[in-house]
Design a binder for this molecule. Structure first.
Ligand SMILES: NC(=O)C1=CN([C@@H]2O[C@H](COP(=O)(O)OP(=O)(O)OC[C@H]3O[C@@H](n4cnc5c(N)ncnc54)[C@H](OP(=O)(O)O)[C@@H]3O)[C@@H](O)[C@H]2O)C=CC1
Ligand SMILES: Nc1c(N[C@@H]2O[C@H](COP(=O)(O)O)[C@@H](O)[C@H]2O)[nH]c(=O)[nH]c1=O
Ligand SMILES: [Zn+2]
Length: 345
């Protein structure tokens, strides 16, 4: 369990770090590396790996750069210098996600770890992907390598929340997003209005670029002719979906059994098409259907804090009520607008 002959100190107190603190320090480095895959690893998860010698020196590092290419562990082992190879038998490999155990586009990393013969393997979190789900950890343990799971687990899960939700719940990660006046309207007397500022509109387009699909209800589409594209940021436009019984967004969508059933069919369609994340942009009826079905992971509510707007907008489509089981995770202020982001408690 102990790193051989190694002692790290807390920079402030001078106290020696516990093994847990040492593990967290190297896992934090894995997370830093993993984030470099943000643009190109998709639809694969972002993963970072660090190899630490028995005397506490990083002798290898890597991350999953691009889908179809080497995984983090492969790149980390490849970076070990020939003169350090003999240190592997006493080394620990840290990986932010459980090493894979299956033949995908590349061979199993669990086999590579066993072959390299390290002493210990520390994983941030279990991979919920159906072909892995603990099999990588088991394979490594059965080869006699000590395995620790769950170091900085919350951070590791958060980094790949889209991939994790998709594989755990067989549906995309769902963000409900709306903008409202301070007195709680989504529009002005049923007519679409610009509630966002140019800056927060740009942030919405950034959010669109970061997610795979975007969905609105029929009334919003009819009134606003929503483009739902990424024109104020750079990146790919998300898949555009409108819930409209007269123009179903895919063949076979059955509207005969109520709103929740419609959403369940859409979730199945998105899962089948490997859509890992979805922004729901409203309107109120559409948001309410997702809330009623419990189909949401995050809510981003923007509020325009203007009394003159409040005085002039006295009727319209009421903004959805926040459900009771939310936790505020971020509060950002931009000019006269605030964006509150909530996650499920
Ligand atoms: N400020 C903001 O952030 C936003 C404001 N808006 C504003 O909101 C207003 C529209 O909102 P609202 O009136 O609530 O309407 P919606 O845009 O939510 O559309 C509702 C309609 O979509 C269809 N629909 C939605 N969900 C389902 C489901 N699960 N199953 C079956 N059908 C479904 C139904 O169509 P049908 O009736 O045919 O059955 C339903 O009546 C617009 O004025 C728009 O400008 C809209 C989005 C964001
Ligand atoms: N008015 C309003 C929003 N409205 C949402 O954005 C859609 C328009 O997208 P686009 O056609 O691409 O500009 C519109 O139909 C509705 O879903 N959103 C916001 O963040 N802030 C706003 O002030
Ligand atoms: Zn792998």
């Amino acid at each position: 369990m102990e790193q051989n002959n190694v002692s790290f100190q807390n920079v402030k107190t001078g106290e020696p770090l516990s093994q847990k603190e040492i593990d967290e320090m190297f896992m934090r480095r894995c997370l830093q590396l993993a984030k470099n895959g943000r643009e190109n690893a998709k639809p694969n998860p972002m993963v970072g790996a660090v190899i630490v010698s028995g005397d506490g020196r990083i002798i290898g590092e890597g991350y999953h750069v691009r889908c179809g290419e080497g995984h983090a562990e492969v790149n980390a082992f490849a970076s070990v210098k020939p003169e350090d190879e003999h240190l592997l038998s006493q080394a620990t490999i840290y990986v932010s996600l459980e090493p894979c155990s299956h033949y995908g586009k590349t061979p199993p990393c669990a086999d590579l770890i066993v072959r390299k013969g390290v002493k210990r393997c520390v994983c941030g979190c279990v991979d919920p992907f159906a072909k892995v789900q603990g099999r990588g950890i088991r394979k490594i343990r059965e080869a006699g390598i000590e395995v620790t799971v769950g170091v900085l687990e919350a951070e590791c899960l958060e980094l790949n929340k889209r991939f994790i939700t998709f594989n755990t719940h067989q549906r995309p990660y769902i963000i409900l997003k709306w903008a409202q006046t301070a007195n709680g309207f989504l529009d002005n007397g049923g007519r679409g209005m610009a509630i966002s500022s140019p800056f927060t509109k740009m942030l919405s387009h950034k959010l669109r670029a970061e997610n795979d699909a975007i969905l609105i209800g029929r009334v919003t589409d009819e009134r606003d002719h929503s483009q739902l594209n990424v024109r104020d940021w750079s990146g790919k436009d998300p898949m555009r979906l409108v819930i409209d019984r007269h123009h179903p967004c895919f063949e076979g969508l059955d509207f005969s059994r109520g709103k929740t059933e419609v959403l369940q069919q859409i979730m199945q369609y998105l899962y089948n098409n490997k859509v890992q994340s979805l922004i729901v942009e409203g309107g109120a009826i559409t948001h309410q259907a997702f809330l009623d079905a419990g189909l949401w992971d995050e809510i981003r509510a923007e509020t325009l804090l203007s009394t003159s707007v409040e005085n002039s907008v006295t009727s319209g489509t009421p903004a959805p009520m926040l459900p009771h089981n939310v936790r505020l995770i971020s509060h950002e202020a931009y000019d006269g607008n605030v964006i509150n982001t909530y996650e499920r408690m």
